[in-house]
Structure formats: structure tokens, C-alpha cells
Write a protein that binds this ligand. Sequence first.
Ligand code: SF4
Ligand code: SF4
Length: 490
Amino acid sequence: MSDAERPIDETSSTDTNDETNLERAGGVGTAGPEEEFEPVDVFPESEEMDLRPGADDCYKCSTCDTNCPVAEVDDEFPGPKFQGPEQWRLKRQEDKDVDDSVMKCSNCMRCDSACPSSVPLSQMHNTARGEYVEEQMNKLSREYWRNRMLANYRRLAPLAAMFPRTSNFVMGLSPVRWLGEKLLGVTSEREFPDFATETFHAWWAKRGGNETSRERAKQARAERGEEGTEKRIAYFHGCYANYNTPEVAKALVRVYEHFGYEIMIPEQRCSGTPMFANGMLADARRAAETNVEELAAAIEDGADVIASCSSCSMSLRQEYPELFDIEGIDDVAENTWDAVEYLRVHEDLKTELEGTSVADVEGMEDFAYHAPCHARNQGLAGQTREVLSPIDGVDVHDVGDSCSGISGTYGWKEEHYDTSMKIGEEMFEHMETADAEAGLTECPTCSMQMGHGTGYEITHTLEVLEAALTTGSESQGRPVATDGGPDGNK
Ligand code: SF4
Ligand code: SF4
């Protein structure tokens, strides 16, 4: 368990409340002297959270509204102030239902960072959305079943991953996409992401699992003169890195082992991010119960929890303790880190990367970098540029602080596709004017949107670190095959 301090990224202009957000993730209550209020269940059926102190902290400055990407392009969306504190006040009159516009919120969580008064906006939105879906949404509607399907990607992905080539072929057919839109309301404008021909889990098992990792880490520590130390992480890879982009998960394994970390892969379910965004709180709670139990056990074994997806780390750190009361949940929130952030804090990355080069590595070039909203919310907007700067052959151009617009499942919905692309326009323009022809980000769905809007190949920061740190070894370069190709099982 780490006792290191988390650095706050001072390079981010919109992260004024990150410390507050992280405190919230650690279970510290929001502002407001508790003795002034009688606890009131705002939405009694959903986890018995008392949001009243936070709602009363709103002084109607509208900063959240001016920072909401959906409100900026959709005049009909009433914005976060209404969705949070104002809706709560309406809700105090018992005959008031949750307004259905809560389903237009993409859960980007930018309003959380923007609020100068630490109003727990996303907690309010998530709770209201949960109640709306539970009590007001028609369970026989196409919208409900489409949202349920999108939110439960992890249940469908294993089926498709059993026959990846067939799945990729079928899902790429225009008539299938057309049917998906007509029958389910999943936009036909986007191409479904490919399933890897070998999942990360299959690769990990073939490679020897935790036992092999322990040996490799021990050897690396000996080479680094760190004998006698224990370095261990529990990797929360999330669904997408397992089924679709195992190259990101493999990069994490190789980079962490390079620094002498033994990697554990605990049993895990979806982080819950798509479930929160779709108001499926009962599904999210079931997933959280497994994740918290397994990750808390790994922490007990001396591991810190590391996520390679910024939305997964956001979920474990902030949304879990905000929405659920599960034994061990605060421990998990306090010991979860973003993958690059952890190395930045615990290792001398600058010295390690001085003198490394990716100039001759295929796919490594100058990148247009987009910091995902959920990374900004954790105070991590500027870290990728800072960390990669010593590496020769790669230049990272930040494309600004706009939202990519896809927000997980949001941009996959037929009715939100146009809004999603309007929000993304600023990022697409900045990517195209940046001195780069490829993209870089840490969020899998931002990556989809960046590729969709520009046609660029998109890379994860961990893949660049892998290329820089392992050049000259057999696993050098960006792994291009997922089926035991050039990178084999190294
Ligand atoms: S930014 Fe905070 S204080 Fe200002 S209107 Fe929004 S919720 Fe209220
Ligand atoms: S989470 Fe994002 S989309 Fe939703 S209200 Fe806040 S800023 Fe707007």
C-alpha cells in the first residue's frame, strides 16, 4: 500500500477543484456543517444518500452550465445546475418526478470540476438518473433495452470474442449497422470496434500469469539494484483493454515489469461507468460488489490498484464511494491510481526516459493529444505531455481542453450522435491543425471518437512508454498483432 502523496497537476486550467474531487473520492464529505441540517433522503430508494448539504451550497453562479459541453450545443438541455441542485429542490415537493432531460447528460463530469462551491453535481445526476430509470422509464421501451445492452457491454463481449473474425466481419456489414439503428437505436454512423483475435486474459494465461510476472519483476528489481523490496500492483484493465485493445494491457504489463512490479490480475467486472451514465445503478452495484471485494483483497496483499482507462480509475475513486456503501469501498478508492500517474509519483520517469528513442519504431511519431474529461477530473490533464517529453522521436501536441463528445455510450445512441459530433468539432479541428498525423489519449471511447472524426490512428500513452523503455528487447515497438504475432507472449 502506498503512502506517497498524489501530485496535483498544475498544468490544467479547468482543474480548480481536483483536490476537492479526490477528497470526495476518499470519502470526505462535501462542504456544509452537518449540524445545520437534518439528514433527508433525497432519493430514498437509491442508496439513501443525503445530497441536501451539497445542493444548498449552490449559489447559482452558472459556472457549471457554461462548462457543460451538451448545453453548449443543445439549447434544449437545461444544464447541470438544473439537473443537480434545482432538480433536487423541485424533488422536495413530493409530487415532482425526475425530469427526463437527465438522460441527455453525457456524464462527462466536467461540471464537477467547474463548480467553485464543490456541489456534488455528478453524484446528483447519477442518483437522479438511477431513480428516473428505475421508476419512470418504460421497461418495455426500445430505449431501455438499447441502454441496458450498451451499459452491459461486458456481458456481450465474451460471446463476440469467442469468434472475433466472424464478429468483426458481421458487425462491419452495412445492413447489420442499418438494422442496429432501426431496431435498437444504435447509430449506424459509427463502425463497431474490432474484437482482438486473442484477449488480454488469454495472452496473460499463456504467458504464465502472476507466477511469471513475479519472476520477471524480481529479475528486474535485481537488475535495478532494488533487491529486498516488494513492488506489486493489481491491474484493473477494464472490459475494452481485455476484449478490444489488449495491446494497451500488454504495454502496461511490460512497462510495470520493467520497473520491477509484480502484476496481479484480480477477478473483475465492468467498472460501472456505462451503467452510471445509463441510470443502471442496480447493475453497477452488482459489478462494484465484486470489484471492491477482489481489489480490497489485493490491497490487503500489499498491492496498489492501477487502471489504464481514465474512466475506470474515475469510477473506482469517485463514483463508487459517492454512490455505494460497500465494505472496503473507501480503501479501494484511496488506493486506486491512473497507470501513468502512479509511475510519475513512484518512479524517476524523467531519468529513466532520458536518452530513450522511438524514432525507429513503427507507429510512433508526433501525436495530437486529447486529455479525456475523466482524466481532467482527476487532475491529470498535463501529465502525458510532461512524461513523454524526454523521449526522442515523439512530440506531443495538446489539442486543448474541449470534450471529445462521445462520453462512452452517449455518442453511440442514434438520438445523440449529432450532438456528440458537434461537441467533438473543436477537438477534430485542433487535431487537424496540430503538427501531427496520429492521435494519443488514455480513454478508449475518446480514442474511438478521435479516430472517427479525423481518420487518425490513436495510441495510448502506455504504448509510447513501452516502445521507449523496451526498445532493443524482443517486445520492442508497438505490438501490431494480437494473435501471437511479432510480440508473441513476451
Ligand atoms: S457551478 Fe456550482 S455553485 Fe455555480 S450554479 Fe453550478 S452547482 Fe451552483
Ligand atoms: S456531466 Fe457533463 S453533460 Fe452532464 S451536466 Fe455535467 S457537464 Fe453537462
